[in-house]
Design a protein around this ligand. Structure first.
Ligand SMILES: [Zn+2]
Length: 124
């Protein structure tokens, strides 16, 4: 993942800064768009971004996706490990890519739809 310099939402300048600009008491660092406040964390001890910048709408979507997915697998008495293995298989991606925290809007939508479809089948 290469270092972000320009925000893909608004074209604003992206800087590497302290996360305390966004949430207090954090010692982590983030890449932050100086224009729209989209941001992404870095891998501990490095300058490598964990993914693409995310704006508020995407962060909210990821939270929603997490809620749906967690309810889905806990309701089926799956283990977290099995749940993510299932998700990776359904999405057709390696397990290392099946992380909701790194997903884009459309991938979040797909996960939510997958869970709904499975639950609809179970109910039928
Ligand atoms: Zn921006």
């Amino acid at each position: 993942m290469k270092t972000p310099e320009i925000c893909h939402y608004c074209g604003g300048r992206v800087i590497l800064t302290d996360a305390s600009e966004i949430y207090e008491k954090s010692t982590e660092r983030i890449y932050l768009c100086t224009n729209c406040n989209a941001y992404v964390g870095v891998h501990k001890g490095t300058d490598r971004p964990m993914g693409k910048l995310a704006n508020a709408a995407l962060r909210m979507k990821r939270r929603e996706t997490h809620n749906v997915f967690d309810a889905f697998w806990t309701g089926r008495r799956m283990s977290r490990k099995d749940a993510y293995r299932w998700l990776a298989r359904e999405l057709g991606v390696p397990q290392s890519r099946a992380h909701i925290g790194n997903m884009e809007m459309d991938e979040c939508e797909r996960v939510i739809r997958l869970c709904w479809e499975k639950d609809a089948k179970k109910a039928a």
